[in-house]
Design a protein around this ligand. Structure first.
Ligand SMILES: Cc1ncc(COP(=O)(O)O)c(C=O)c1O
Length: 375
């Protein structure tokens, strides 16, 4: 494996599994020169963060020479207040990505297995491999996690099961009854991670992010993020609600100051600004429905989504495939997300953007739908 790095045979070698990782490739963020960029590739909110969060961030800039509170107490308490939780059962991280990795580091070792689903979020595989474990993939049904398929792949070596609910990049979700059935079918010593990065956006009556399950089970954790509906992706803030044992383990493993002072301050202000979140969710609900309908009307299949993005499928015909649509849209400054790495080579994921960006995509897709592009 080290030969791939072209380094001497006696050079330090990373642990087994590290070089099996395909590094995560973020969504594109560049448009051709001279073309206005509309980035719809990373599920960021078009409304930006709460002005109160920005103000808290600016104020925190006065104290950058001081280490932050390593327990992120102010942030945990603000989250706890907003959700009616015990702050001692919350762990904050540098994005929920960090927490997803720390969970693998804490609970998965060489010889252990970590499970996730066919089109699940790519970070799960990376986290399991980085911890030295073996990734196991359960097939999905209709681009949706399938509880029976997951349970059928559980062995005595399964230490962790990750479910993104709703899932990225499909936008599909598991009703809470199904999540409960999954938990009930897992061995008690297998950790179930409910990654609810998009929970704020979901309006389905049969959905729950998982707080209730965490409260009643010793093997369930829920992760959340400030990167999506709260508009603070650049600050890197995630949080986890879990049983006392998991919280204790993570607090031992994590870096002592893993969340920065400005992030703690801005996150605490953001979570208290309910009105701002309501506006973001309202905007999303309106445009998610309209985009889905209008794009279907153009003749493309769209997977039903409950999140702030939608998966658009393209015909398997020369000049009309996802790769062609991607080039066509990119030339117009419209940057969607290619999802080949998720096993969906003929689809693009579009984040719900500003009204202006959404309309620009509809116009461009209508043009693209007319037929094969000749350059
Ligand atoms: C399902 C899911 N989980 C977690 C994350 C990570 O978010 P962050 O590390 O910014 O909190 C993302 C980001 O795209 C995601 O789509």
């Amino acid at each position: 494996m080290t030969s791939a790095l072209q380094q001497p045979a006696d050079a330090p070698a990373p642990r087994p599994g590290a070089l099996a990782i395909d590094a995560y490739v973020p969504g594109k963020s560049k448009a051709p020169e001279g073309v206005r960029l509309r980035k719809l590739s990373s599920n960021e909110t078009p409304l930006g963060p709460s002005p109160r969060a920005v103000e808290a961030f600016r104020t925190a800039a006065d104290n950058l020479e001081i280490y932050p509170d390593g327990t992120a107490r102010a942030l945990r308490e603000a989250i706890a207040r907003a959700h009616g939780l015990d702050p001692d059962r919350i762990v904050c991280g540098a994005g929920s990505d960090e927490l997803l990795s720390l969970l693998a580091l804490g609970y998965v070792g060489p010889g252990d297995e970590g499970l996730f689903t066919e089109h699940g979020f790519l970070v799960y595989r990376i986290a399991i491999l980085a911890a030295g474990g073996t990734p196991i993939v359960a097939p999905e049904t209709n681009l949706t996690a399938d509880v029976d398929a997951i349970l059928a792949r559980v062995t005595e070596r399964t230490r962790i099961v990750y479910i993104a609910n709703p899932n990225n990049p499909t936008g599909t979700y598991l009703p809470f009854d199904e999540v409960k059935r999954l938990q009930a079918g897992l061995p008690r010593n297998t950790l179930l991670v409910l990654d609810a990065a998009y929970a704020e956006y979901v309006r389905a009556n049969d959905y729950a992010a998982g707080i209730e399950l965490v409260s009643s089970c010793e093997n369930v954790v829920m992760t959340r993020t400030f990167s999506k509906a709260f508009g603070l992706a650049s600050l890197r803030i995630g949080w986890l609600y879990g049983p006392a044992g998991v919280v204790e383990a993570l607090n031992r493993i994590r870096g002592p100051f893993n969340v920065s002072g400005p992030a703690i301050a801005a996150g605490a202000a953001a979570v208290a600004d309910r009105e701002h979140i309501d506006r973001a969710v309202e905007h999303n609900a309106r445009w998610l429905a309209e985009l889905s309908e209008r794009i279907r009307d153009l003749g493309f299949e769209v997977t039903p989504s409950v999140a702030n993005f939608l998966l658009i499928h393209f015909p398997d015909e020369p000049g009309r495939r996802a790769v062609d649509a991607d080039a066509f849209l990119t030339a117009r400054g419209l940057i969607l997300r290619a999802v080949g790495a998720y096993g969906l080579p003929n689809a693009l994921r579009m984040s719900v953007g500003s009204e202006d960006a959404n309309r620009a995509v509809l116009v461009a897709l209508a043009e693209f739908a007319k037929g094969p592009q000749l350059g």
